[in-house]
Ligand binder design. Sequence first.
Ligand SMILES: C[S@@+](CC[C@H](N)C(=O)[O-])C[C@H]1O[C@@H](n2cnc3c(N)ncnc32)[C@H](O)[C@@H]1O
Length: 201
Amino acid sequence: MSEQDTWESRYSVPEFIFGREPNYFLQSCRELLPASGKALAIADGEGRNGVWLAEQGLSVVCLDFSESAQRKATSLAKERGVKIDLVRADIHSWSYPPEAFDVVIDIFTQFSSPTERLKKWQGVHNTLKPGGLFILQGYTPRQLQFNTGGPKKIENLYTRQMLEEAFRDFHDVRIVEEEREMREGPAHSGMSAVIGLTARR
Ligand SMILES: C[S@@+](CC[C@H](N)C(=O)[O-])C[C@H]1O[C@@H](n2cnc3c(N)ncnc32)[C@H](O)[C@@H]1O
């Protein structure tokens, strides 16, 4: 089964596998968001994070390759009374438009191999406007001990050193590592080892 078919099959259940509420770290960054502007949600899945950004007054593009996830995102946006723009594409080959977004979010997208990850983060660099805000959340290698979600390959997990290196030319870099109880749908549930980053291009 291809990677895309695997995701389609995971999403082919009526419930939202990552929940309907935004990621806790994204929510904690509310004060940093501009009152208006354009946001890109990378691999946004069922739309919980993109819809929340739209509720904060941003004009949001939700990028993902899963049709069934995007159907759920459409219904969540309708339910919440906001508009989102859906783009169905592979995040590793999408043409990230230059200096187009005020905010980019990258929440739990650790399916990327190390080479693909570099391409994805190059896309983030290119598509953020100067001064634009980047928000990231992922799992650290300690997550392998918890087995409560996320990839099983150590090279896909994030370390502080990896993020410091990848975003060394950004400003106001803030990295938070924590172990905490997660309740983000059945797919991300239980004690988890996570890392969050905020930075400005
Ligand atoms: C772990 S889920 C996270 C979804 C969302 N960011 C969230 O936090 O609820 C990963 C998402 O990446 C999408 N995805 C995986 N590989 C992709 C690719 N190469 N291009 C686009 N989307 C991809 C899947 O369809 C899925 O929605």
